[in-house]
Design a protein around this ligand. Sequence first.
Ligand code: PEP
Length: 261
Amino acid sequence: MSKLIAGNWKMSCFGADAIDLAEGIRDAVAANDEILDGADLLVCPPYLYIGIVQTVLGPESGVFVGGQDCALSENGAHTGDISAEMLVDAGCNYVILGHSERRQNHKESDALIAKKTARAYAEGLNVILCVGETEAQRDAGKAEEVVGAQIDAADFDGADYDKITIAYEPVWAIGTGKTASPDDVKAMHGFIRGKLQEKLAYGAEIRILYGGSVKPDNAESLLSLPNVGGALIGGASLNAESFMAIAKAAHKIEEQEYAAE
Ligand code: PEP
């Protein structure tokens, strides 16, 4: 499967910025559409701007649009929430769930994330499930234990290899400029792959993204590691040029792998 290059715009833009960014990505993809052969591109704007981003990045752009979260419930009396079915209605294909900022800032538990995951599958959304340890947990030698428990608590009931993506995001690497070392990424992605294969017949095919300060200058080395099926990108996805530079790195690796087969 192609690598997934996913931009998480968080709460980091206004409407005019979202339009500029979407136009920059649309135009860069149109000028280099071979990139889409080796990379699936996804942007996840704030809810409020999904509609305007969709007017720029319609299906013909080849760039997917997703949500950064969704509600636990179906449409109804839930003030302030946005449902999975609303995301689908707005043209989204993906939803990020369990991002560490939601786990920390909104006290989202594994159980709650599993329920949201079930809602997203029910509406046909592709789920990007974020897992990752804090710095204290890594220092205590508990990184695999923590990530393993997050995967054990995940809901795979309505999933398939192309409906669930795992994003390994060490919490201490998000927005800090620190990245996990290639050896640590290799080890953790191998561990996650092993767990997925233990649990699921299609565990070998699930994409496992790396997230945490991915930038154009480290993208190629991270994306070429075994079991790294793409990247979830915060800061560097807020600039069309740097997002596209990461997408180009993914395309280059896919081309090299294809040539070597
Ligand atoms: C993220 O928000 O998921 C993320 C990885 O952010 P950054 O790339 O800025 O570290």
